[in-house]
Design a protein around this ligand. Sequence first.
Ligand SMILES: [Zn+2]
Length: 623
Amino acid sequence: MNAKLVSTSALAIGFALLAGCTSKTENLPPAEAPTPPPAASADSGPTVADARAFLERAEAELAQMSKDVSPVFWEQATNISDETNAAAADAGARATKLSVSLANESKAYNDVDLPADLARKMERLRSGVTIPAPSTDGAAEELSQITTGLEATYGTGTFNYKGEELNLDQLSTIIETSRDPAELKAVWEGWRTISPPMKDDYARMVEIANDGAIELGYDNLKTMWLSNYDMPPEEMSAEVERLWQQVSPLYKELHCYVRAELNAEYGDEVQAATGPIRADLLGNMWAQSWSGIYPIVEPEGLPGQGFDLTEELVEKGYDPIKMVETGEAFFTSLGFEKLPETFWERSMIVRPPAPREVVCHASAWDLDDEEDVRIKMCTEVNAEDFYTVHHELGHNFYQRAYKDQDYLYKNGAHDGFHEAIGDFVGLSITPIYLEQIGLIDESQIPGPDSDIPLLMNTALDKIAFLPFALTVDNWRWDVLDGTTAPEDYNTAWWERRTQYQGIMPPGPRPADAFDPGAKYHIPGNTPYLRYFLSFVMQFQFHKAACEQAGWEGPLHRCSIYDNKEVGSRFKAMLEMGASEPWPDVLETFTGTREMDGSAMVEYFDPLTAWLKEENQGRACGWE
Ligand SMILES: [Zn+2]
């Protein structure tokens, strides 16, 4: 359920960047002609007061730009056409120009000894653009045209299968439900025919954006992205590696077990008992979530999960609106205020009728940085979208919580926080919670002997995802710092996919393949590290919340629904936005200053023990 969740929300943030979900600075519009920096001479440089005045002006201009361009991006995402694409490209160029020009202006204050608050704002101003353009003539326009074009190519991609033109949703459904290896291979390869035309544009975009990053004082765009975590870039990459080492043993056990089950299902010809797993057999277009193949890997000889959430939602007459209302009700049960009326009037909750084309990838928006929050989803009544709704609303409630911060602080403590909020709430969607809200009966609440099936289902989403998330940005970092040249894009992609995930394509890839482009966040330019961090941190939040609630049972059965005390501490963390370094923000809710994978390990402990038992005698790994 999360796979999509993730990809889902990705857009959220992809656009968010643009639309104000996450990185504010992306959208800044140019205001009036930039005021020249204060004259600096050898003995009288700019003062703290000058810096303060500059930041006030920068924040005002950025806020205005965000308000101006967000509706244009919203229009493009909810009604794709040549006109809306052109308008979005134009708005994107204006926004990039403003943010780049302000970031450049900020350099005039490099030598001023600033109080922490102002220094923090300067830093955020500089590193806040996701895809910067250099200030050379026409660069922002070219960059914006490329990014809008990539987004549109992805959003409108289709593949003709058996005489029918199928979009990503339809192709994904086949990958999730078909058990015919030939069909899976055809559809998997088919979706990847949309991306070869993106490759040259992508390479050009990397060039321009790197020039932009260099102009702002970074080595390249990779170090610029990694500078957003309140520590030096190389320390942050070491943190990521440390977290992966904490959780990767879980993945290796899961991989070993799932490969054996697929081997039993399909036979040696299709899936060998050793080596990497065929990517098209895992029930998801990108093999990032494996819950689609739960029926194949369902633990035998144990009672099932007791109920099927999708069936219950349908049976109880849920429609997309009721799904969103149910998500909202979880947040209000924690003490958050209800969503504004405009949310319901302006959100896109279901796919509009043809011929209108939209970007269906779910996302959350904040159009005015105050009250105008919305989601954009093509919601279906099923379990996956039930979780996705909570994920997207997490963004909206976060945005509402920090709306009174200064403009440059209207953001997550880091981008992993923004992604983790809704998923953390989703971890409280337990059988007991579902019974409390009347979705299942008391008799359907599974007993302790159903723990393994329940945890298996969650692991197929949450654990399977971890190495995928690492792969996406590991690949991109090497592209951005020049380690991987355009002619090696696809080879490098599969090297990493095999190294981290232990998967391989169903057949040889064509010479012109650009498989990274068939995953939204690459053409959509959404940094992906945030999802890895969020998957680790949501369990850390969950454990801290359950401890605050005095919960003593296993972590996966804990729900904080309706707990106002936990809610008020949670809300306090969200209200801080990006106003303090993230370790301080983390500490207010969890009492610790470090990201930590041990809560995730503890959550899955019973499953890990069971998997080790099952895997005895198997040659695990894929080297
Ligand atoms: Zn998201």
